[in-house]
Ligand binder design. Structure first.
Ligand code: DGY
Length: 340
């Protein structure tokens, strides 16, 4: 019988992370060696007897899965900042530690939020599509061609104002954003105003708590969703919220798809009740067929969940995930551990 400690890894990892994992000869590594998600039956079949799991946000870690591998399972390392794919209370019950990668991807996701804001405001999706369709000759430069709202002078409303939201604001200061309001479940983690003072002296802007979600919806020219998906944020942006938004406002989602009610968003875009949307995530992803209603909305830019997809970030996420897995197995401190 093998004396080795079994770990299950649900994806191919990059070179450095894989080398680190394989340097631990005490481990029996059972790995789904592909860029594609591990099928659920593969995970259910291989989890029994595992002491550690290294999983992706596409793996659902629920009661059915945990039933197959408790009591051997000691630790899970998730290659993600989001943990909504994991039933957290069950980990506490079974005394299973959970590592994640919240610090590795802040810059990459914040950059994506800026990109999506500008794409939505400046109608980049429509513009690229029109050039690709050969429409440029018939639609030459014109004073009103593809105009959209300008970022300078905007008020930005943040739903979720943790690491990512604050990093987005830091970048927005350089674009001349005028004001920032936020909703957060962790007000103690909001840095003081001088944190945003990237241009030095008086160039920083003050971020203030919104008086409520209604005010945030009414006042913002850009709404950035950067919150965790929980029961209280599911469909946070629905008909009521969208009805409050300005006609010139854009919605940016770098959080999780279900924070937005897709049907309500499609309606709002179709009726011109908001200016546009920049989404990195969407309900039901990755099952987004080419005839998805959002794709028919010219003012909607939809990316396939690539917020953290820089080479450097993904390398760091992989390495931190392996380190978290190893630390969880040996009882040492993780790079980042979820407080359960
Ligand atoms: C995460 O890690 O949760 C992100 O959504 C990945 O981009």
């Amino acid at each position: 019988m093998s004396q080795k400690t079994k770990v299950v890894v649900t994806r191919q990892l990059n070179g450095a992370a894989q080398t680190l994992l394989e340097s631990h000869h005490e481990l029996e590594i059972v790995q789904w060696n592909s860029e594609k998600p591990a099928p659920r039956p593969w995970l259910l079949q291989n989890a029994p007897g595992a002491s550690g799991l290294l999983v992706m946000l596409s793996d659902t870690i629920d009661a059915a899965l945990l039933e197959t591998c408790t009591p051997t399972l000691k630790t899970i390392a998730s290659f993600s900042v989001g943990t909504d794919h994991i039933t957290l209370p069950l980990l506490k019950t079974h005394n299973i530690r959970l590592g994640y990668t919240p610090t590795a991807l802040t810059s990459a996701v914040a950059d994506t939020a800026i990109m999506l804001t500008l794409m939505a405001q400046r109608r980049a999706g429509e513009a690229v599509a029109s050039v690709k369709a050969g429409e440029w000759p018939a639609m030459p430069w014109a004073p009103q061609l593809l105009t959209g709202p300008q970022i300078a002078g905007c008020t930005v409303g943040f739903v979720g104002f943790g690491r990512i939201g604050q990093a987005v604001l830091k970048r927005f200061v350089g674009f001349g954003v005028r004001r920032a309001v936020y909703l957060t479940s962790r007000p103690g983690e909001v840095a003081k105003v001088d944190y945003f003072d990237v241009l030095g002296g008086k160039a920083g802007i003050e971020a203030v708590p919104a008086r409520g979600w209604e005010d945030l919806g009414r006042e913002s020219d850009v709404v950035v969703l950067g919150c965790a998906l929980t029961e209280s944020t599911r469909h946070f942006v629905g008909r009521e919220f969208l009805a409050l938004m300005k006609r010139t406002a854009v919605l940016v989602n770098v959080a999780r798809g279900p924070v937005v009610d897709t049907e309500a968003l499609v309606e709002a875009l179709r009726e011109g009740r908001i200016f546009g949307a920049g989404l990195d995530v969407v309900e039901g992803e990755p099952n987004v067929p080419a005839d998805h209603p959002l794709l028919k909305e010219p003012r909607c830019v939809l990316l396939p969940h690539i917020g953290s997809a820089t080479i450097e970030t993904r390398e760091q996420m992989a390495e931190e995930s392996v380190r978290n897995l190893l630390a969880g197995l040996s009882g040492e401190a993780m790079v980042n551990e979820v407080e359960l």
